[in-house]
Design a protein. Structure first.
Length: 440
């Protein structure tokens, strides 16, 4: 072999080695930043139990418990955490991207948005005042739409024509809806049937982690209707709030949203694909007030129609759930037709939250708005304002998140006419880094 050829080969080998070391070094740097981020979030979570929704990373990363006389996040700790998040943020901004693959670029973009949300949360805990829209943008990477009161009034006219009975719309809806309440002594039977079917349908399309499972509990005195506490290792605790009546449609809604293919599947796939297989430790923690929640809540809501499309849902409910609940299945068609009309009012709840949190509406007025436009009874409406107090602009994640997820899935071929493709694109959302601006 000629000397010149040997020199060329040696040069290529050296270049390949240096490139490999550079790529490895970058991966180590990203992982090191992820470790710092997780540890800082765990520390912040000690001052607000809602911040860390789930953690299944190394046990040694957890901070020492706070002293019992701790009074909350002091300015010294807040400034230290802000500086840590700022340093991580700057490192991510300067991170070299020329050798990153597409999935790694998605990781970087999502990581940057998550760190911005963490910084914002510290600032809010220290008293910074943001408008509803500003907060939503910084925490969830999304711009909430605005709807006028006249828009919702126009929807009420259509519902008024279709809803039987006499009196105000909320009164008529409450009276009519009592026919579809699940008796408390049958709630567990109905819900378990719903989640078993949702699980069967999901597992037909997805290879879920071996041993994945869940436990169901019924609780009271909560500001939400259902909650999934992911425990790690593919396991979830699902809680349902029984403070108020649970109607028949909520069985499938909650089974899919909290379970399959919703929160349980989302968290199990992230753990399996991103944490266990790729070693991306920033996904070993789920910060509630972050862009991840818009994807989580939006996909959980959209997952209902993925698992139970069109007439399939109504057929299953009439054949299985209505009889289990002791309800008249002959009335299901009219009931679900009315539910579809009322669902168009979903964004009215966002407007109530915006006006209330921006100081333009009192708690009482916000509750009255929810009674008028979302047909809540007054007690549940006041409970919902407690959700606004606690979770603030988080409310956008359910309906806006669902809208963005649906648009993304359909834009990539996952339409109702192509159910297999819809499951495929939906899984890609559940098991890869995404944020709201990445879906648009």
């Amino acid at each position: 072999m000629k000397k010149s050829m040997i020199l060329v080969l040696c040069s290529l080998l050296l270049w390949a080695c240096s490139t490999s070391k550079e790529t490895l070094s970058q991966a180590e740097n990203m992982d090191a930043l992820a470790e710092r981020y997780v540890k800082a979030l765990l520390q912040l979570g000690q001052y607000d139990s809602d911040i860390v929704d789930a953690y299944y990373g190394p046990e040694e990363w957890k901070p020492a418990p706070l002293a019992q006389d701790n009074k909350g996040l002091d300015s010294l700790t807040a400034n230290r955490l802000l500086q840590e998040f700022t340093d991580i943020q700057q490192s991510l901004r300067n991170y070299p991207t020329d050798t990153l693959e597409e999935m790694e670029k998605q990781r970087l973009e999502m990581f940057q948005k998550q760190v911005l949300a963490a910084k914002t949360k510290v600032e809010l805990m220290q008293g910074k005042v943001l408008s509803f829209d500003q907060e939503a943008q910084l925490l969830y990477d999304a711009t909430p739409p605005h709807y006028s009161q006249a828009y919702f009034d126009s929807l009420l006219k259509d519902i008024d024509k279709a809803l039987p009975g006499k009196g105000s719309l909320p009164e008529r809806w409450t009276a009519y809806r009592t026919r579809f309440e699940i008796p408390k002594d049958k709630l567990d039977t109905v819900f378990r049937a719903a989640i078993a079917e949702a699980r069967k349908r999901t597992k037909k399309h997805y290879n879920l982690p071996p041993g994945e499972n869940f436990r169901v509990e019924y609780v009271t005195d909560k500001p939400w209707s259902g909650y999934n506490y992911f425990q790690g290792n593919g396991y979830s605790l699902i809680q349902l709030n029984t403070d108020f009546p649970i109607y028949i449609e909520r069985a499938i809604d909650l089974a899919c949203h909290e379970g399959y293919p919703g929160h349980h599947v989302f968290n199990a796939l992230l753990e399996q694909k991103l944490v266990n297989e790729l070693g991306w430790k920033e996904y070993s923690i789920y910060p509630l007030f972050s862009p991840q929640s818009l994807i989580a809540e939006g996909s959980a809501n959209y997952g209902i129609e993925v698992a139970f499309p069109g007439e399939e849902r109504l057929a299953f409910e009439k054949e299985v759930l209505f009889p289990l609940a002791g309800l008249n299945a002959a009335e299901a068609g009219q009931y679900y037709s009315l539910l579809a009309k009322i669902k168009q009012l979903d964004f009215a709840g966002n407007e109530a939250a915006r006006l209330y949190l921006d100081g333009k509406m009192s708690r009482e007025d916000a509750a009255d708005w929810l009674v008028k436009y979302n047909f809540y009874d007054k007690g549940k409406a006041l409970q919902r304002t407690q959700f606004f107090d606690r979770y603030r602009s988080y409310v956008i994640n359910y309906n806006l998140g669902q809208k963005l997820v649906r648009q993304y899935v359909e834009a990539h071929g996952g339409t109702a006419d192509h159910p297999e493709k819809r499951w495929e694109v939906f899984q890609e959302i559940l098991s890869a880094p995404h944020t709201a601006s990445m879906l648009e």
